[in-house]
Design a protein around this ligand. Structure first.
Ligand code: CA
Length: 222
């Protein structure tokens, strides 16, 4: 499950991202409203979380624009404690729920889960050739055989499948799967891609994971 978080306060964004990643969600963060709107309208997400107060563009306007473009992804607003008006406005703009800052992470997660259970975001398996990934059951099959993956390997494979046909730089992969984890070096991407290849591509053809020299990796069908 992939979540877009638009939040300008970097500490808050890092905190939410970390918490969501611990629950095995893949999280993209935009710190500027305009970037957030671009990502929301150009990539596929299962949930969009919008901070209302952003320096360049307000979360409510972003939500309106998303709905105007007929994107039905569930939207959660993050509002300030005393902003009653923005809650009403947020829901009017097409948001599905809102959470008031500061919030307990448990409550926040419960809301996230409930939004992701909505029928509009229910999703069948992702398929590339004979590789199947079920994001709900967390199961992967290649050539009819079940593949056991660790959570990080699963998140990496899900990310690559959702971006199939796109060249993904190491940095981009690293930020999406590991977040702002300063303890880890981005070489870990190469390590995990090699684990994945062993489990998903070895002794099977066609190979799906390819190296793009000097840049990163791509998952593609041919
Ligand atoms: Ca803010």
């Amino acid at each position: 499950m992939r979540i877009l978080l638009v939040e300008d306060e970097k500490k808050v964004a890092a905190f939410i991202k970390k918490g969501l990643m611990e629950e095995f969600y893949t999280v993209d963060v935009a710190v500027e409203g305009e970037d957030g709107l671009f990502m929301a309208t150009n990539a596929e997400y299962d949930l969009i979380i919008l901070d209302v107060m952003l320096p360049d563009m307000n979360g409510i306007d972003i939500c309106r624009e998303i709905r105007k473009q007929n994107i039905k992804t569930p939207v959660m607003m993050l509002t300030a404690v005393d902003a009653t008006e923005s809650k009403v406005e947020g829901l009017d703009s097409g948001a599905d729920d809102y959470v008031t800052k500061p919030f307990s992470f448990d409550e926040f997660l419960a809301r996230v889960r409930s939004l992701l259970r909505r029928p509009s975001s229910s999703e069948s398996s992702l398929k590339v050739k004979d590789l199947t990934l079920d994001p709900v059951k967390h199961e992967v099959y290649r050539a009819g055989k079940k593949v056991d993956l660790t959570w990080k390997e699963f998140a990496l494979l899900e990310y690559m499948i959702r971006n199939k046909g796109r060249v993904l730089s190491r940095t981009r992969i690293f930020e999406n799967i590991w977040g702002y984890d300063v303890e880890t070096s981005s070489n870990i991407v190469d390590v995990y891609v090699s684990y994945l290849r062993d489990k998903v591509d070895k002794h099977v053809s066609p190979k799906l994971i390819h190296t793009v020299r000097g840049v990163g990796y791509i998952l593609r069908e041919d």
